[in-house]
Design a protein around this ligand. Structure first.
Ligand code: C2E
Ligand code: CA
Ligand code: CA
Length: 524
């Protein structure tokens, strides 16, 4: 913790923090000493000498007057001293608070907050309970980048202020850049419902937002909740449990809360297992690649999508839906992507002569050497980039910043084609279809399987195919499972089809057996 600001020592709240050199107390003490000395003079001088100076009567009067004065002055000194002490106590408390308070948010500093939390959890071990909520402010970095750090500070201050309202009596602390936390205790058991209602109220008030430069700025946050002793009676565990709950809230879409449960802990252990095993599988070359055909309207093979497969010796087949998010989080995704690309390049020699779609994740695009590494692999394997389509999921496309558009333009310049995967699942707006330079739109299976059952889906799919037609882009209908799906997708304007109806993903050898030129002539 940093040293207190020296100016704080001089004046705090307008009051002098250090006594001046010669104070009223000093003057009064001096007078008191003189009086006591005068009062005690008859103990020193013989009575004969005194009686020559004053009469006995006036001596008695003098004694009474000086006694009264001594009592009054001693009382005044006592009152002044205790007032001074009080002021000092207030000053010390203010200093302590300033020392432990984050100036931006007004919340307690991390160390101080955690010390308090530890003390409170320990004192509620036998009776009562403590609730901890970690608050992660969504997109604070973007607010800082777009509106300046002053705006980011305002948002932090706003979030801390609303936390004090939504969780009355709670201690509010700042854990890090965009993370706040609150805890509160009770002599009774705190019902989970009470905490989650407060979380909902908190998020609702944040959504109302604050004014920055005369414009309303809505704020959202993700919240993770853990309770002591309900979930644990140890403050460190309480903190990591609330953090696990927070990660879950973030995964489920931001602007939400989540309460810790033992299943979350099991998931986290499972995730660590997957990460460790996946790292080994990449090193040992244990992943394989399957291919799923994408068919033309006339039923011929248009292209193939490469889909990674993992058979773990302990757990058996693990779905990409389970391990791809772990790979993305642990940054293994770039190595996994290169692994799949190398495998695809090797398989191209035997596969039917069509292009192959390779999935890439948003994390890879952000990787500095992404494009260079992909181009290097193709060069080494002697494969032209025109043979490869990079499928990027729509969520990654959210970002239409110039930087992102430039990155995509670089990918196109290098000779790859780009497909927008799972279209309709994220937040892309139609104008993003225009702004980003991709060649293929893949409409997500949830839409394809609902064509003909609701108006919104039908209108959406038709609008996508029309816009794509005007912009010379191809539309693929994903998840075609039945003849009906296929017919309805075709009526809606889709020209390419992918799904179990045609063929489930299969090994390279199976695809060769089904679709190679030789297999097709044999079949004819
Ligand atoms: P995706 O890119 O949308 O891939 C299509 C998924 O739909 C595949 O699941 C495929 O098996 C499945 N599918 C195909 N036809 C049908 C159908 O008719 N009905 C239904 N219900 N599903 C169908 P898979 O192989 O489990 O892959 C899941 C996701 O994992 C992929 O979704 C993709 O996002 C990701 N993924 C797979 N391989 C890779 C990879 O090499 N790199 C990266 N970054 N992601 C990958
Ligand atoms: Ca895909
Ligand atoms: Ca897809």
């Amino acid at each position: 913790m940093s040293a207190p600001n020296p100016s704080l020592r001089k004046t705090i709240g307008g009051k002098p923090a250090l006594p001046r050199r010669f104070t009223v107390e000093h003057a009064l003490i001096l007078v008191l000493v003189v009086l006591v000395a005068a009062h005690s003079v008859h103990f020193v001088l013989p009575y004969e000498t005194l009686s020559t100076m004053v009469t006995a009567q006036s001596l008695a009067q003098l004694e009474m007057a000086s006694t009264a004065l001594i009592i009054i002055i001693a009382g005044a000194i006592y009152a002044l001293m205790s007032e001074r002490l009080k002021t000092h106590r207030v000053i010390n408390e203010e200093l302590r608070l300033k020392h432990n308070t984050d100036l931006v948010s007004g919340a307690a500093m991390r160390g101080h907050f955690l010390d308090d939390l530890k003390r409170t959890v320990a004192s509620h071990r036998k009776s009562g309970s403590v609730a901890l909520v970690i608050i992660d402010i969504d997109h604070l970095k973007q607010i800082n980048d777009a509106l300046g750090h002053g705006a980011g500070d305002d948002v932090l201050g706003f979030c801390a202020r609303i936390a004090r309202q939504a969780f009355p009596g709670a201690s509010v602390g700042r854990l890090g850049g965009d993370e706040l936390a609150v805890f509160f205790s009770s002599d009774d058991v705190i019902p989970e419902r009470y905490v989650t209602d407060a979380c909902s109220a908190y998020l609702a008030t944040l959504r109302e937002g604050l004014f920055i430069a005369n414009r309303r700025q809505a704020v959202s946050a993700s919240l993770g909740v853990a309770l002591a002793p309900g979930h644990t009676d140890n403050a460190n565990d309480l903190l990591s449990f609330a953090d696990l709950a927070l990660q879950q809230a973030k995964r489920g879409g931001r602007g939400a809360w989540s309460v810790f449960s033992p299943e979350i802990l099991a998931d986290a252990r499972q995730e660590r297992f997957i990460e460790r095993e996946l790292r080994a599988a990449i090193l040992l070359g244990q992943l394989t690649v399957h291919y799923q055909p994408i068919m033309d309207t006339d039923g011929s093979l248009n292209s193939l999508e490469a889909l990674v497969r993992w058979h773990n010796p302990v757990r058996g087949a693990i779905s990409p839906a389970e391990f791809i998010p772990v790979a993305e989080k642990s940054r293994l995704i770039h190595e996994l992507g290169l692994y799949v690309l190398k495998q695809v390049c090797d398989d191209l020699e035997t596969l039917p002569d069509v292009s192959v779609n390779v999935n890439i994740s948003a994390w890879q695009l952000a990787h500095d050497t992404f494009l260079r590494d992909y181009v290097d692999v193709l060069k080494r394997k002697n494969v032209p980039p025109s043979r490869v389509v990079l499928e990027i999921t729509e969520s990654a496309m959210l970002d239409t910043s110039d930087d992102f558009v430039d990155r995509m333009a670089d990918i196109k310049r290098a000779g790859f084609r780009i497909a927008l995967d799972d279209f309709g699942m994220g937040y892309s707006e139609f104008n993003q279809l225009r702004k980003l330079p991709f060649d293929i739109i893949k409409i997500d299976k949830s839409y394809i399987q609902n064509i003909g059952t609701d108006v919104v889906t039908d209108t959406f799919v038709s609008a996508v195919t029309q816009i794509a037609g005007k912009m010379d882009r191809t539309v693929v209908a994903e998840g075609i499972e039945t003849q009906d799906d296929r017919l309805r997708a075709a009526v809606a304007g889709c020209r390419l089809f992918q799904g179990y109806f045609h063929q489930a993903p299969a090994s390279r050898d199976r695809i060769v057996a089904l679709y190679s030129a030789k297999a097709l002539t044999d079949a004819a």
